[in-house]
Structures are given as structure tokens and as C-alpha cells.
Ligand binder design. Structure first.
Ligand code: ATP
Ligand code: MG
Length: 428
């Protein structure tokens, strides 16, 4: 169970201090999970978790500043004056019947119990700082060498306990380029529907982690391989049942993004992911459909608006040749224009390959880039001053005023005000 290794984990001083302090009080304390796995794989590690034999009360006696975390049993958060934070968890054990109506009770356990609760063998490794050895009760080190993701224990039972593990398996396999254990694949294919019991927020966070990582195409392919698409992207599943090409286009578009050149974040990746699906709807219904999908996935307001912007603006590259100059100017000066252009480019690459609009718009952007951004003649406050109620019409009115200003058809604020009254006065 204990393996001697020459693994020398580079630990932040706060982690060393915390472990040594617990050891000096007679408690076992180890670095556990992702940090040990990542050290073996020689990849950078995000956060360090500590598992200890001390109970929560014992921990709190050693660290008076320890904060309890949520409802989780025996997990505390230590915050150092530097701002550095460490999660410390007491060894835990699950008792009770594992079905959905009778959730297991979690109690204080042994190191062995704690390892048995971990999701995958490669995440069930404990590093003993003092003796430089690793506790490995489930052959995690062998699986790391074999590059395989395997659950601790029977996958059927482990997925039933927590179906989010289905997605975590995909994420780790994609991220590290590992294979999935055949038994895991088999039970995942049978148990995808368990994801219906998982909150959409937890699913969203897992999918988000998959999407922002460089291994996202493989993650999507693996989700499909495990037959999980109907549960994670039911909308895509429905659309591709009608037209198989929707999924092919999705993968092709995702793959075509030139990552180094564009700072894509969550919103941009979601926009690329959903564009082929949304394009299956008539133009006038796309915004509504997109908002339904985003709401279902519990996407917060800020990324939602950004995603709506990308998906709805992207087809406009195809009509850029007929666009008014002022409109183009305003468009290419938009702070997210370059990312929008990339969202459009990959969509074009994945469909008909027609990049004429993209290239034309980009050349205009370079031409206009050095022109100063013109301060609009009117603002929302001016419209309120005229007696308009803030609402969806606001931006339409302001955009129109701005276009006319750029085209020199309106030159002063007074002219703009009287134009608004003439044109929109009835809406008052
Ligand atoms: P990452 O690099 O993504 O943070 P990680 O392995 O550290 O990977 P965390 O979500 O930070 O993952 O969880 C820390 C550890 O807690 C895991 O390594 C695993 O041992 C355990 N764990 C996390 N989620 C689960 C789960 N759903 N079921 C069982 N064990 C889990
Ligand atoms: Mg982690």
C-alpha cells in the first residue's frame, strides 16, 4: 500500500508548515488527490488538498482561524495572511445504503476509508511529506503509468453515488490523454441518465472546465463515445438526430479555432459550440432558441449576453458587402470584434468554407482601426431626459443616431434630439 518513490513534491511553504504542524501534534496529514497525480505526470498543479486523521474539532484546536466549508463533512479552509488558501479534510468514510432516497452518511474514517471514497485510482494517492512515500491502495500509480482512468471500486456503484464522476472521467481522460477503463465505459453507457439527478450548475462547471482546456475536442468526442450527449447537450442531440452534420460541424468548428491568436474564454467557446445548433433554426427565432438553451444550462447573465452577441452577429459577415459604412465602422470598433470574427471564421470553415465576408470585414477593420472611437451624440440619459422609458428600444435609437452622426447626417446634439422626437416621438 505504501510505495517508496523518488517523487519530490514541490510544496508551497504554507502546505509544508500545515502538514508538519499536524504531524507534530501526532496526527497523520498528507497531500492528496490532484496535486500528487499532477506531480507524477509532471504537469503544473492548481490547488493542494490535505487529508488528515484529525477530526474537525481537533483541527480547529490546532488552527483557530479554520473556517468550516459548507455542508461538507469535516472540511475546513485555512487562509494565510498572504491570501494563500488550503482545504483540509478529515479522513472520511461513507456508511449507509447508497441509493437516491437514502443518501449515505459520512463519518470520520481511516486513511484506507478515505481512499475508498475518492473517484478515480489516480486521484486516490496520498503523499507523506516526512517519509517521502505515497499511499496507494487502488493501484493508482500503475494506472498513471498505463495512462488509464479507472474508478476506485465498481464503476456502477461509484457513478450511482455521484453521476458527476461520469463527466470528471471524461475531463481527466481528455486532459491527460488517458484511455478510459473498458468497464468504466461500459457502465457509463448504461448510466448516463443518472446525470438527470445532478444539478445543472455542477454539470455546467464540469463542461466549462472541459471547454476551456486545450483537450476540448477529445472531451466532446469522449462524451459522445460514452453516449452522454443526450444528457449533457439534449438540444444538440435532438438537432443531430434530424441532421447528423450538426455534430460534425460542431467538432470541426471547435477544432478550427486558432487559439494562440485569440483569447477565447468560456463565452467564446460556448458560442462556437452552439452556433451550428442555433443555425438549424430560422433567423428570426435564433435569439429565443439560444436563450432557452443558455437558460437551461444555467449560464450566468454576463456570458449569456456575450454568447448571444457572437451567435447573432456572426452571420452578418456574410452581408458585410451591403452594409452601411457607419454601421461597419461601429461594428469593427466593437471591443470583441476580433473574437466575433474568429467565431464566424470557424463557423464558415465548418460549413461552406466561404471566407469572403470575413476577409473583407477584417481588411476594413485594419483600415478603420486607427480612427478614433467617436463619442456618441446622445446617451441613454439624454433619452430619459426626453421622457423615454429605459427599455429594449434604447439601443436601437442610440445606434441609429450614432450611424447618422458618423454619416454626417446629424451634427449636433440639438439636431439629434429633434430627430429622435420626430422619428420616435410616438413611442413616448
Ligand atoms: P483538478 O486539477 O481539476 O483540481 P483534482 O483531482 O484536484 O483535479 P478536485 O475537484 O480539486 O479535483 O478534487 C480534489 C480531490 O477530491 C480529487 O482528486 C478526488 O480525490 C476527490 N474528489 C473530487 N470530486 C470527487 C467526486 N465527485 N467523487 C469522489 N472524489 C472526488
Ligand atoms: Mg483540485
Amino acid at each position: 500500500m505504501w510505495i517508496r518513490t523518488d517523487l519530490a513534491l514541490v510544496l508551497p511553504p504554507e502546505i509544508r508548515e500545515t502538514i508538519l504542524k499536524l504531524n507534530s501534534k501526532g496526527y497523520e496529514a498528507y497531500v492528496v488527490g490532484g496535486a500528487v497525480r499532477d506531480a507524477f505526470l509532471q504537469v503544473p498543479c492548481g490547488d493542494f488538498d490535505i487529508a488528515t486523521s484529525a477530526s474537525f474539532d481537533e483541527l480547529a484546536a490546532v488552527f483557530p482561524q479554520l473556517q468550516k466549508i459548507g455542508a461538507a463533512f469535516g472540511v475546513g479552509l485555512l487562509t494565510f495572511s498572504s491570501g494563500f488558501q488550503i482545504e483540509i479534510a478529515t479522513f472520511r468514510k461513507e456508511d449507509g445504503i447508497l441509493d437516491h432516497r437514502h443518501p449515505a452518511t459520512v463519518t470520520h474514517g481511516t486513511l484506507q476509508d478515505d481512499a475508498g471514497r475518492r473517484d478515480f485510482t489516480i486521484n486516490a494517492l496520498y503523499y507523506d511529506l516526512k517519509q517521502g512515500r505515497v499511499f496507494d491502495a487502488h493501484q493508482g500509480c500503475v494506472d498513471l503509468q498505463k495512462k488509464i482512468i479507472r474508478t476506485v471500486g465498481d464503476p456502477r456503484i461509484r457513478f450511482k453515488e455521484d453521476a458527476l464522476r461520469l463527466l470528471r472521467a471524461v475531463r481527466f481522460a481528455a486532459r491527460f490523454g488517458f484511455e478510459l477503463d473498458p468497464d468504466l465505459v461500459h457502465s457509463a453507457r448504461e448510466q448516463g441518465r443518472l446525470l438527470k439527478k445532478i444539478s445543472q450548475e455542477r454539470i455546467r462547471d464540469e463542461l466549462g472546465r472541459m471547454l476551456i482546456h486545450g483537450s476540448r475536442t477529445r472531451a466532446l468526442v469522449l462524451l459522445d463515445h460514452l453516449h452522454l450527449i443526450p444528457y449533457v447537450f439534449p438540444e444538440i442531440e435532438n438537432a443531430r438526430r434530424e441532421d447528423r452534420k450538426v455534430w460534425e460541424r460542431t467538432l470541426r468548428a471547435i477544432d478550427a479555432v486558432r487559439e494562440s491568436a485569440h483569447q477565447f474564454g468560456f463565452a467564446e467557446w460556448v458560442a462556437v459550440l452552439l452556433s451550428p445548433l442555433i443555425r438549424t433554426h430560422p433567423l428570426e427565432d435564433r435569439e429565443r432558441q439560444l436563450r432557452i438553451v443558455l437558460k437551461h444550462h444555467k449560464i450566468p447573465v454576463e456570458p449569456t449576453e456575450r454568447i448571444v452577441f457572437y451567435v447573432l452577429e456572426s452571420p452578418k459577415f456574410r452581408s458585410v458587402f451591403g452594409m452601411r459604412d457607419a454601421k461597419i465602422l461601429r461594428w469593427v470598433q466593437h471591443p470583441h470584434f476580433l473574437r466575433l470574427a474568429e467565431v464566424h471564421r470557424v463557423e464558415a470553415v465548418a460549413t461552406d468554407g466561404n471566407l469572403a465576408g470575413y476577409e473583407f470585414a477584417l481588411s476594413l477593420m485594419h483600415q478603420f482601426r486607427n480612427q478614433p472611437v467617436v463619442t456618441p451624440l446622445l446617451t441613454g440619459d439624454d433619452l430619459i431626459g426626453l421622457g423615454f422609458q429605459p427599455g429594449p428600444k434604447f439601443s436601437a435609437i442610440l445606434d441609429e443616431v450614432h450611424d447618422l452622426f458618423l454619416e454626417k447626417k446629424l451634427e449636433t446634439k440639438e439636431q439629434a434630439m429633434s430627430w429622435v422626437i420626430d422619428r420616435w416621438g410616438e413611442a413616448l
